[in-house]
Design a protein around this ligand. Structure first.
Ligand SMILES: Cc1cc2nc3c(=O)[nH]c(=O)nc-3n(C[C@H](O)[C@H](O)[C@H](O)COP(=O)(O)O)c2cc1C
Length: 172
């Protein structure tokens, strides 16, 4: 599968099969995060791979208790640290760095036949407590990952047309 195909195939998957992820597949997904670019190549991120069912249930609870998040065989808590380093443009690097790494993982997951869903709707203090995340780090997103449920193929969400989001030379 090429990158373009993976980009086009990716969907947010909100229903998972009760099936383990092969370790080598999970490792390739994590490797995709490892290879992501980061500001000054600092790579100051941490990906907490949660497989324990009880911990996944608690993470689900901390994410509005929707059920399907905890049903994924793996939930990756994607964390950034340090949380105060800004680039010259003023933006905090950790948010950007971790986000790129997550996107790499979502695309590698597609190649592995796996589904993912970005989860930003979680109670961070609760998640920090569950996973023992120190004050020097922030949990940026949760990423459930697993085989998509066969009976609930994810819908394709519409996107704005290119001419609505792109302009040339100056903002207009
Ligand atoms: C930063 C971010 C946070 C998101 N948070 C959630 C979330 O908390 N719960 C959820 O069900 N989907 C979440 N999503 C998934 C989006 O709803 C989804 O990407 C969007 O509707 C487009 O659908 P698609 O991913 O299937 O193309 C999030 C996506 C992003 C990029």
């Amino acid at each position: 599968m090429n990158v373009s195909e993976a980009i086009r195939r990716r969907r947010s998957v909100r229903a998972y099969q009760n099936k383990e992820i092969e370790p080598e597949k999970l490792e390739r997904v994590l490797e995709a995060a490892r290879l992501a670019p980061s500001a000054r190549n600092m790579q100051d991120w941490k990906f907490i791979v949660v497989r324990d069912p009880e911990t996944r249930r608690r993470l689900d609870e901390a994410s509005n208790g929707r059920g399907w998040i905890g049903e994924a065989p793996v939930v990756i808590a994607c964390c950034g640290t340090p949380i105060d380093y800004a680039m010259k443009c003023g933006h905090l690097t950790y948010l950007i760095d971790v986000t790129i790494a997550i996107d790499h993982m979502t695309l590698q997951a597609v190649e592995e036949g796996l589904g993912t869903c970005w989860i930003g709707a979680f109670n961070e203090p609760q998640v920090r407590e569950i996973l023992g995340v120190p004050d020097t780090a922030r949990v940026v997103e949760l990423l459930p990952i697993g085989y998509p449920a066969e009976d609930a193929p994810p819908e394709r969400k519409p996107r704005k047309a290119l001419n609505e989001i792109v302009c040339y030379e100056r903002w207009e």
